[in-house]
Ligand binder design. Sequence first.
Ligand SMILES: [Zn+2]
Length: 338
Amino acid sequence: MSKMTTGMAPFSIVDIRAEPGTRASGYVPVATRIDGSTIGIPVIVVNGTEPGPVLSVDASCHGDEHEGTLAVLRLAQRLDPSRLRGTFIGVMALNVPAVEAMQRGNPFDHWNSDLNRLFPGALDGNLTQRIAHVHVNDIAGKADFSISLHSGASYVYWSPQGVCGQNQASVELAQALGEEWNVLWQQGGERAPLTGNCTSALNARGVAAITIEVGGAAERLPGPFDKNVDYIVNGIINVMRTYGMLEGQPTRARSWTLVRQRAVRSGKAGMIVPEPNLTLRSFVEQGTPLLRLYNLLGQEVEVVTAPIDGLVMGIRTYQYYPPGWPLVWMGEIVGQLP
Ligand SMILES: [Zn+2]
């Protein structure tokens, strides 16, 4: 069933209520800490004056991925409720305990602490599962479209990619990001069934959902960081134009390359030294050297090569890795969309 807003209807998430043409914000409660304070999910609602879709955008599912948080802030500042059709739901920090701890997962959960592996969550689960449950049921579940914002944190640096599911509505939402987002990583399928992340849980419930991956802490300084935030903001504005929420002509890529993610692992431990010509989004042929591993005596111990033809989509940003870790993520090209 469509969740299109009707006429001048108010929009509510639990007790956060935005009248038509207004903003509202507050916390959706999740659980009570041992000190009696409440852990909740912060929500910003911008409710338009005309009917239109409901779009939910969440950031900081992982507490050390910062690009999306600033993107949601910028969007919330930029959107004028008097010129909006439908409703924008912005979540600057889905996983507040992880944000407070400045780390990926929730420090209160020593097992199963990765929120983006625990969707759709559980009402009676651990704190992380409860955050997932509240988000799916009370926040993103109230939307027609959902976009989850991720980055490489300090571990990886990602080339911009829209991450979609197998369902057509998800693919179309990823295409709506516009001309700068012409590489789409399609998750799931029979070869790699996917459960546990926000996007798959929402797509299974009929909310068209995608994830965005871009950047990482390797470019956290202003300037390069803002460039990645702008990618996200521009992509979401383009989505809102595509679905009629905002005025303006949306852009479309000339074509989209559909990829399946392939992690490239080393056999040995070592310090990683990328090949000088290793660049994100470049196409490499199978067998091309990607990086070299050195031990701490200065000896080369392994040359890591591309296991397939494909695009270089992500590169590790730490210096030293144990054996068997993914060091480069490639996009195996599985299709083109016109
Ligand atoms: Zn993430």
